[in-house]
Write a protein that binds this ligand. Structure first.
Ligand code: HEM
Length: 130
């Protein structure tokens, strides 16, 4: 039988990752052509906060559900969590109204790199526990 809560937590976790990283990659593309709106804070700000919170909550639930895990898992998870902290902090600063467009473009490049790295690490975490 399908376990409803772990299933829902996984759906919300993956959907939040897709939405946050998708938005970041789209904004990064716009920034390359200097097409970022003057103030993206209005539309994207509540989304960034809610998606970061959803990733943290559902991710913690996934983690508790996975225990016990091999010791390499802990090491990789540490890397994932540091990448997450980078993504959370930078995307929150990104949508502050007083951040300049030049700074936003630089921040977006860093976010794309960390975002792709977090996916690499997440897939490895899954492979370790299959
Ligand atoms: C930018 C932030 C994050 C992204 C993009 C992300 C992405 C993902 C993705 C795509 C998966 C699915 C891997 C798969 O099933 O193949 C996953 C699984 C998971 N995530 Fe995250 N995640 C993020 C943050 C977090 C946080 C903050 C936590 C914990 C506090 C967390 C804990 C987990 C756990 C435990 C799994 C299950 C891994 C496994 O199958 O062993 N994630 N994440």
């Amino acid at each position: 039988m399908l376990d409803l809560f772990p299933y829902l937590a996984r759906v919300i976790h993956i959907a939040s990752a897709v939405l946050l990283l998708g938005g970041i990659c789209y904004a990064w593309n716009l920034s390359k052509y200097k097409l970022l709106p003057e103030n993206p804070a209005y539309g994207f700000r509540p989304a960034v906060w809610s998606l970061v919170a959803a990733l943290f909550l559902t991710g913690s639930y996934n983690l508790v559900n996975k225990m016990p895990v091999p010791k390499e898992y802990h090491m990789l998870f540490g890397i994932k969590f540091l990448l997450f902290l980078h993504i959370a902090a930078v995307s929150i600063l990104l949508v502050k109204p007083n951040t300049t467009p030049e700074r936003r473009a630089r921040m977006l490049t860093g976010l794309v790199v960390s975002g792709l790295s977090v996916i690499l690490v997440s897939a490895a975490l899954r492979a370790l526990t299959q």
